[in-house]
Ligand binder design. Structure first.
Ligand code: SF4
Length: 361
């Protein structure tokens, strides 16, 4: 199929087959791919609004028994540099974030077998009771599966109890590339692709919104990136439970796996094909934490309609060698500088006009 015809079909919301997705991703000139993705984004959201959420990430423990080779954050059990925060320490960080207007917290960490489900239930109940305006968008499929093992239970039962304790939604972390060959090499102890998708399906059936992610640029082929998009698109056809897709690239600098960082051009290419291939995903998020705010600004012309969160205090990507951070004002200025209008949203993509912009003061 000629590239120009594929671009036209995808820009107008038509579905690409797996083979067509690979062809478009690998052969289309970057700017034409970007133009098609931007046209699709403008068709979906004709206003100049670009959303973001005020949030923080609290990495409550770095102890992990999964040992992914691309991860510089974790420490094995009993390691001298291992840490686990107390509930009071987590709560004090939630308070700090809430004082700055955060409406969402992402409590995420390693898969620490010392922590049972009750530890999280007590923590989430306290967060919910003391900070009712902050949504608990927390943990990951890996942590849910780890808890099911500790409790000799099922991921579904774990999710039911976490939801009852106040957890509102499940982030899409830990997907990396949902292709068996890749996972065997970079995260052999992690959930297999079908398990990851199965836990997401369970969460969605419980009414929990979820996001989907992709960490690209480690050892996967370009075709495997499109395979990853394809399995997500199939689950979304079935459940419509993903709110957004968030691709970011692997940061190799301090990891056992090592390797090279993806280029800015590759990042933009991935964003554009994601917007076009994932025709059933409402939102595409500019994951500026690894490529930086200026690339995040460019991402708004390659299919993205959301700038993610303020992500204060994140450690996982930071420990791998990425040092990007942003205040609300900086994030808004980047959006305004690109000719768009920043709008605060919450975890469920409800717009929050009641929350004044930082650039308004
Ligand atoms: S990526 Fe997550 S699951 Fe893998 S080693 Fe790091 S903390 Fe553990």
């Amino acid at each position: 199929m000629p590239i120009v015809e594929l671009l036209e079909r995808a820009a107008s919301g038509g579905r690409l087959s797996l083979e067509e997705g690979v062809q478009l991703y690998t052969e289309a000139p970057l700017h034409e791919l970007g133009a098609a993705a931007h046209a699709r984004r403008l068709a979906l959201y004709p206003t100049s609004d670009v959303t973001y959420v005020i949030d923080t990430t609290i990495n409550y423990t770095n102890v992990c028994n999964v040992h992914c080779t691309f991860c510089a954050f974790f420490r094995p059990e009993h390691h001298a540099e291992g840490y686990t925060m107390s509930h009071d320490q987590v709560l004090s960080r939630v308070k700090w974030a809430a004082d700055q207007g955060a409406t969402q917290i992402m409590i995420q960490g390693g898969v620490n077998p010392e922590l049972g489900l009750e530890w999280f239930e007590r923590l989430f109940r306290r967060v919910h009771a003391e900070f009712p305006s902050v949504d608990i968008h927390s943990l990951s499929v890996s942590e849910v599966i780890g808890l099911a093992k500790v409790e000799d239970s099922s991921p579904s039962d774990v999710l039911v109890r976490l939801k009852a304790a106040g957890m509102k939604s499940l982030p899409g972390a830990g997907a990396e590339i949902l292709v068996e060959r890749v996972r065997k090499r970079i995260s052999a102890r992690k959930a297999k692709p079908d398990e990851w998708l199965g836990v997401m399906r369970e969460a969605q059936m419980l009414g929990m919104p979820t996001t989907a992610t992709m960490m690209f640029g480690s050892i996967e082929t370009k075709a495997e990136r499109i395979e990853h998009l394809d399995v997500l698109r199939r689950l979304q056809d079935e459940t419509h439970g993903f709110t957004a897709f968030i691709p970011w690239y692997y940061v190799p600098w301090k990891t056992p796996l090592k390797g090279k960082e993806a280029s800015g051009l590759e990042y933009l290419r991935v964003l554009a094909i994601s917007r076009l291939y994932l025709d059933n995903f409402a939102h595409l998020q500019a994951s500026w934490l690894t490529p930086g705010l200026k690339m995040g600004q460019l991402a708004l012309f390659y299919g993205c309609d959301d700038m993610g969160g303020t992500i204060l205090e994140e450690r996982v990507v930071h420990d791998a060698g990425s040092t990007n951070e942003a205040t609300r004002k900086q994030l808004e200025e980047i959006v305004i500088g690109a000719g768009f209008r920043p709008v605060v949203r919450d975890t469920y993509w409800n717009l929050r006009p009641d929350m004044p912009l930082a650039t308004a003061s």
